[in-house]
Ligand binder design. Structure first.
Ligand code: EAX
Length: 328
């Protein structure tokens, strides 16, 4: 039986569509994620589990491990490569050292709306990236959403880059994110997501940035009094399978996993987007002071980080960036 994942009401898990897929063998998938059981991502995983178990008639069993209990994003990816874990769905950002093209998603203010992100991820560019990432012991089978990132901190309200002066901000392990926060005048430190709550609680860092739903599901509001709706980066989740496991699967089951990953991604985006405003409100109700930027204040942030594009344009590929811009 599926339990409600949080006090917040989420859109119901859809019914499973599609026929039972018949193939040989019994398989077990351990699926690990960094976000916790009360987030939208876990809810998406519950749907994935339901689809795969039902359509394989129980021949594929899925077990979910939220909250980085089997390791943080990078550790989970290594476990896939060595074949000790079957699936994970990390943010793309910590993976840029392996897949430099993913850096596209780390460029500040690139996707003006979630629909533009969908068009890029679900279109040719996203498809090509899934193929490119299907190497090094990994098979990339779909996209889901972490979402637009927002800044939180323990010190004071932030409405301009000046307010960031000297603030210690945890970033994902990603060079563009470091560049963004340095350019804005903050003092950024890369750190794995699994260590973040404790680092905030102990004051090792003053702040961090993540989508509202991830801020709430990780209880960062318990250790961060201030938030600013910056929407500075849109982060996708990428659904990855261990190649060692994948090769053992009959083709029909591989196809089933691809279909389930697509349905999970669509549903999870829907959950994340319908919950966004409600969760922001709940965070405010819980005592967080949330700053919404005026268009002028937003423009100041955008103009201040613009030089990040000069540093990264050639490395990521100017043509790719222009293609994404053309979608908007
Ligand atoms: O799995 O590290 C982070 O801030 C991300 O939100 C994390 O990848 C979630």
């Amino acid at each position: 039986a599926l339990q409600a994942s949080a006090a917040t009401e989420m859109p119901p898990i859809p019914d499973v569509k599609g026929d039972v897929v018949k193939a040989d063998g019994d398989f077990k998938i351990k699926f690990s994620i960094g976000t916790t059981q009360s987030g939208a991502q876990y809810r998406g995983l519950e749907y994935f589990e339901k689809i795969v178990e039902k359509r394989s008639d129980g021949h594929i069993q899925v077990e979910l491990f939220p909250g980085a209990q089997l390791g943080d994003d990078l550790q989970a990816v290594s476990a896939l490569q060595s074949g000790t874990l079957e699936m994970t769905a990390p943010s793309t950002s910590p993976l840029v050292s392996m897949f430099p093209k993913f850096a596209l998603f780390d460029l500040p203010f690139l996707f003006p709306t979630p629909e533009v992100a969908d068009e890029v991820l679900d279109g040719e560019i996203g498809q090509q990236m899934l193929e490119d990432a299907s190497t090094n012991g990994l098979v990339a089978i779909g996209w889901a959403e972490n979402g637009y990132r927002q800044l939180t901190n323990s010190q004071h309200p932030v409405s301009s880059p000046e307010d960031l002066d000297g603030l210690k901000i945890r970033t994902m392990q990603n060079p563009i994110h470091l560049d963004i926060w340095r350019t804005l005048g903050a003092n950024p430190t890369p750190m794995s997501f699994a260590e973040l709550f404790t680092a905030l609680e102990q004051g090792v860092v003053d702040g961090q940035e993540n989508p509202w739903i991830t801020i709430q599901s990780s209880k960062f509001n318990e250790v961060q009094d201030y938030a600013t709706e910056t929407n500075h980066v849109y982060t996708p989740f990428i659904t990855l399978v261990s190649e060692r496991f994948w090769k053992r699967l009959p083709d029909d089951y591989q196809q089933l996993l691809r279909e389930a990953a697509k349905q999970m991604g669509d549903y999870e985006r829907h959950v994340s987007r319908t919950m966004n405003d409600q969760i922001k409100q709940e965070l405010a109700d819980s005592g967080m002071q949330i700053t919404e930027l005026t268009p002028e204040q937003m423009k100041t942030f955008q103009e201040t980080v613009a030089p990040v594009y000069d540093d990264w344009r050639d490395k990521i590929g100017g043509e790719l960036i222009d293609k994404v811009r053309a979608v908007s």
